[in-house]
Ligand binder design. Structure first.
Ligand code: 5AD
Ligand code: SF4
Ligand code: FES
Length: 330
């Protein structure tokens, strides 16, 4: 285990990167094996009441072409994904109050008619709502802390409350969800010290899944002129997370591939064991523009499934056929 100071040194020193990536790859192999878990991602609404400074879906972006996918069409998507062999569905959206507790319960129950594990990624909700979603059949929940630097969190998230974010993570754990969190790498004013704190935080809250991606500036946001995150630094944060939390699930994120054409494969060889291919219908994809130049916006779900399957095979890994709960239980 590394101390915070050692983590900071490793993050600062790029001469140690190759050593770090090999150690993370070995740690991944010894603890979670060679299987790669695929999670089919449905981006079902790009409407959001939040105003995160970095995100293209922020409320104040009037250029975003907003959409909602309703229950029947979500179920069509899930049915097709399940036929393609997906064992986990991830429902992701902006913070869209249209999807009330009752509407979500209805959707969750309908999805759980299929043979899939279900992850929600729909933002901050009350304990009661999280409880109701769990009772309806949701298995996992993703909510990134984004940064553990309170000051930076405040700058990036107008009218949001860091403590409520922490409350959400705690409630989800208490309710028995598998909890996924993560951070952005390369936000303006972010320090390597705070990235080290992020990694320690993942350990402290016993995250089951941690997603890490570089910040990518979006032209219709206040951060349009900011510098984009560095691929190697994001990969190093991810690799350190693998070494410090050996048996969790770590996705090779879409943002990694957006700033490096081979980013997901490189991530899979530096500690990652999960990929989240997009299964959203082609007609909505370009509109879920959290950052520009997102991959796969002109590809359909079948294309992504075969594309990623081939890439995984090409590096001698296999696509898992189980649900891929964390700590390798089934
Ligand atoms: N660059 C990279 N990642 C982003 N996200 C939102 N906006 C951006 C951006 N501009 C990430 C956030 C959020 C996830 C769904 O997408 O970390 O949690
Ligand atoms: Fe909304 Fe999420 Fe984008 Fe923030 S990051 S504006 S919560 S979609
Ligand atoms: Fe979508 Fe490769 S994963 S085209």
């Amino acid at each position: 285990m590394f101390t915070k100071n050692e983590i900071i040194e490793i993050l600062k020193d790029d001469s140690k990167s190759e050593w770090l990536f090999s150690l993370a790859d070995k740690t991944r192999e010894e603890n979670v094996g060679d299987e790669v878990h695929l999670r089919g991602l449905v981006e079902f609404s790009n409407i959001c009441k939040c105003n995160c400074k970095y995100c293209g879906l922020r409320k104040d972006n009037e250029n975003a072409d907003r959409y909602r996918i309703l229950k029947d069409e979500i179920i069509e998507t899930v049915k097709h994904a399940s036929e393609m062999g997906y064992k986990t569905i991830v429902l992701q959206s902006g913070e869209d109050a249209y999807y009330s507790e009752d509407k979500m319960i209805d959707i969750i129950k309908a999805i759980k008619e299929y043979d899939v594990a279900l992850t929600l990624s729909i933002g901050e909700r009350s304990y009661e709502e999280y409880k109701a979603f769990k009772n309806a059949g949701a298995d996992r929940y993703l909510i990134r802390i984004e940064t553990t630097d309170r000051n930076l969190y405040g700058q990036m998230h107008p009218n949001m409350d860091f403590d409520n974010r922490l409350r959400c993570l705690k409630d989800l754990k208490d309710l028995g969800y598998e909890v996924g969190t993560g951070c952005l790498v390369g936000l303006p004013n972010q320090t390597v010290e705070s990235l080290a704190d992020d990694i320690m935080f993942f350990k402290e809250i016993e995250a089951d899944m941690v997603g890490i991606g570089p910040f990518i500036p979006h032209l219709q946001t206040p951060l349009k002129d900011a510098q984009k995150g560095n691929f190697t630094l994001a990969l190093k944060v991810m690799a350190l997370t693998r070494i410090i939390l050996p048996d969790i699930n770590i996705p090779a994120t879409t943002a990694m591939e957006t700033i490096n054409p081979n980013g997901r494969i490189i991530a899979l060889q530096s500690g990652a064991n999960v990929v989240m291919p997009n299964i959203t219908s082609l007609k909505y994809r370009a509109k879920y523009e959290i950052y520009p130049d997102k991959i796969c916006i002109n590809d359909n779900p079948d294309k992504c499934r075969s594309c990623i399957g081939a890439k995984i095979k090409s590096i001698g890994r296999t696509v898992a056929t189980n649900y891929g709960f964390s700590h390798n239980q089934g």
